[in-house]
Design a protein around this ligand. Structure first.
Ligand SMILES: [Zn+2]
Length: 253
């Protein structure tokens, strides 16, 4: 009898866990999210003029908004008005887990989130997503930040095959983007095309991130125009839609 009760409880537990599993989100032909970090407004506008032929859209994840020039603020508005997303990337661009552990979560929100959102509000920008600086996140920071944002972007490493990579949207409000910057050891056209092909064939949405788009890469935290062009061209040629982080948030049930 005791055995039957234990087995019944186990079956119930398994059923509960499988019912609460987040359903994968699929879209016809798959999709692409491109996120670009920090505050490279001049380069972002340059790359927009190169990629608009593919009807691309991106999420620009803005850090240090309080110290940008008037011209940068104008460029930000221009990007927003033509349909790109402005995403939060920290008022000070701190390591969230470390900062919250050192000074407390309340102080982290007070220093890193509130002034940033006040700035965006004053500029009438509707900011619904946050991209973690350095990809630094924990369940604790996720839980806190989901009070302020609809979706949070962390980072994924590039050691996995497409099937095992975390850089596909699975319906969760925490997403993991794969780096496109040239200095990453996984950065090569063949790997990116492999992952894109998987997204296309499996109707999945792949999420990328990079920093400063530039014609010729000269250092770390730079993504070449060529890489971005190759990704957008693949998406365009294969009828894959572009999405922003907040578009993903709208798909979460
Ligand atoms: Zn950053």
């Amino acid at each position: 009898m005791k055995r039957i009760i234990i087995i019944s409880i186990l079956i119930l537990l398994i059923l509960t866990i499988s019912c609460s599993h987040i359903e994968d989100v699929t879209v016809p032909n798959g999709g692409v999210v491109i996120t670009l970090d920090d505050h490279h407004f001049i380069n972002w506008c340059q790359v927009d003029s190169l990629l608009k032929k593919y009807n691309w859209k991106a999420s620009f994840c803005v850090s240090l908004i309080g110290s940008r020039s008037d011209l940068d603020i104008q460029r930000m508005h221009k990007l927003y008005e033509i349909g790109h997303e402005i995403s939060g990337h920290g008022y000070m661009h701190v390591h969230s887990v470390l900062y919250a552990a050192t000074y407390g979560m309340e102080k982290y929100i007070e220093d890193e989130i509130t002034p940033m959102m006040d700035y965006f509000d004053a500029e009438s920008l509707n900011v619904k997503s946050f991209s973690y600086p350095y990809g630094s996140r924990s369940n604790f920071t996720d839980n806190e930040l989901l009070d302020y944002f609809d979706i949070l972007r962390a980072t994924s490493d590039g050691v996995r095959t497409a099937e095992k990579s975390k850089c596909y949207f699975d319906g969760s409000p925490i997403v993991y983007a794969l780096g496109l910057d040239d200095y990453f050891y996984h950065s090569c056209e063949e790997y990116f095309i492999n992952l894109l092909t998987y997204a296309h064939e499996e109707d999945k949405i792949i999420i990328f991130y990079g920093h400063k788009p530039i014609e010729t890469v000269t250092g770390k935290y730079q993504v070449s125009f060529q890489t971005l062009d190759m990704i957008c061209k693949y998406a365009y040629d294969n009828n894959m839609n572009f999405y922003t982080l907040s578009d993903l948030a709208d798909m979460i049930e």
